[in-house]
Design a protein. Structure first.
Length: 370
């Protein structure tokens, strides 16, 4: 197509299990993946299992306070080591099949008759370690043997959006506390959710509360379309809340130039960061099937807001409504992706052209998948 319209991906990219399998292998298992909030595992022995691509990953707090990540697979006969999604152990993980037992650092420490098997090296047969970095208060893991540069592929998304990685420092995201977490089970392909978040052509249609707070969104241009641009609050709006009423004082370290503005960042492949003066909203997507994506959304506030039990409901309700409106739209699109009417895809209007960059990135990552 020419002129002001450009083509989208063909419909099969949202419905073909083979393409989803290629995405699991070449994207989710090769890139840095934001798995959990570090504070979710406060004590030694605390753990959580996370599905990343085709792998179950076990993340645990060690006795020295460090977070470690491993493939959730016993090295003996391949049984899943932890069957619970989260929990806590006292000192070790024990496989429920043959009782091979691993320390919190992944080393094999016990097994039936282990002393009579001197050829079983306790380090070599320890759990398979996965790369882990902590940033913005989250644990990011990478299954690749040689991970891509964290600075370029993760922090670089902040540079692309805000102009410099230091531009996010004033929000002190790592020191904030989770005021609310809502988990959404969305019956849609993960790319539909990414594309929806990247554009605001739909905002005037389905987001009345959001466009009331951010009037420029009604014009159809997403805040992340322009480097360094933040969408300004409406003149009659006091805070980023469902009714525009006052929220909390702006975060202590935030520059005055970022007050009364909203910034959105997409960190490929599965994170959205929303920055407003008094809190931060982080979405983490977990693509589980070609037509199913679980989204965990955290609302993060200054520690004193949570410790003092202040009411966060009005700020939570604004983006909760936005989430429900967005995910409902994505679920309406998913069935049509297999329609003959969408076999060759659809079109992107000028205010959506930057989504074409996402499509180009995707097809480059998949290589022969097309």
């Amino acid at each position: 197509m020419t002129g002001s319209l450009i083509s989208t991906l063909p419909g099969r990219y949202y419905t073909d299990p083979a393409i989803f399998a290629a995405e699991q292998e070449k994207i989710f298992e090769e890139m840095w993946f934001c798995a959990l909030r570090s504070a979710d595992l406060p004590s030694p022995g605390d753990f959580r299992t996370v599905q990343i691509g085709r792998e179950s990953v076990l993340i645990a707090r060690a006795r020295d306070g460090a977070l470690n990540a491993f493939l959730n697979v016993c090295r003996h006969r391949g049984a899943r080591l932890c069957v619970d999604e989260q929990g806590s152990v006292k000192r070790a993980f024990q496989c429920p099949y043959h009782a091979w037992t691993y320390a919190l650092d992944g080393k094999l420490i016990a097994a039936p008759n282990l002393t009579s098997m001197p050829d079983v090296d306790r380090v070599e047969y320890g759990l398979t370690r996965v790369h882990l970095r902590e940033w913005l208060g989250y644990a990011w893991v990478c299954l690749a043997v040689s991970p891509p540069s964290f600075e370029e592929s993760v922090m670089g998304a902040v540079v692309e959006r805000l102009g410099a990685v230091e531009a996010i420092d004033g929000y002190e995201v790592a020191s904030l506390s989770v005021g609310r977490r809502i988990v959404y089970d969305v019956k849609a392909n993960w790319k539909l959710i990414i594309e929806n978040f990247m554009e605001c052509y739909h905002c005037a249609t389905i987001h009345p509360e959001l466009t009331e707070v951010l009037p420029e969104f009604a014009d159809g241009y997403a805040a992340q379309y322009y480097v360094g641009h933040g969408a300004s609050f409406g003149s009659e709006i006091s805070g980023f809340t469902v009714d525009g009423s006052a929220g909390f004082e702006k975060l202590a370290s935030l520059e005055d130039s970022r007050d009364r503005k909203y910034y959105a960042i997409t960190i490929k492949p599965q994170v959205f960061v929303n920055l407003v003066p008094d809190h931060v909203i982080v979405h983490r997507m977990f693509p589980l099937a070609v037509d199913r994506t679980v989204v965990e959304c955290d609302w993060l506030y200054a520690r004193h807001v949570i410790e003092e039990g202040l009411d966060v409901s009005r700020s939570v309700e604004l983006f909760h409504r936005v989430n429900e409106q967005d995910f409902d739209a994505c679920e309406r699109c998913q069935p049509a992706m297999s329609s003959r009417a969408y076999a060759r895809g659809g079109v992107l209007v000028p205010s959506e052209h930057h989504i074409g960059g996402f499509h180009a990135w995707l097809t480059q990552k998949l290589g022969s998948a097309d």
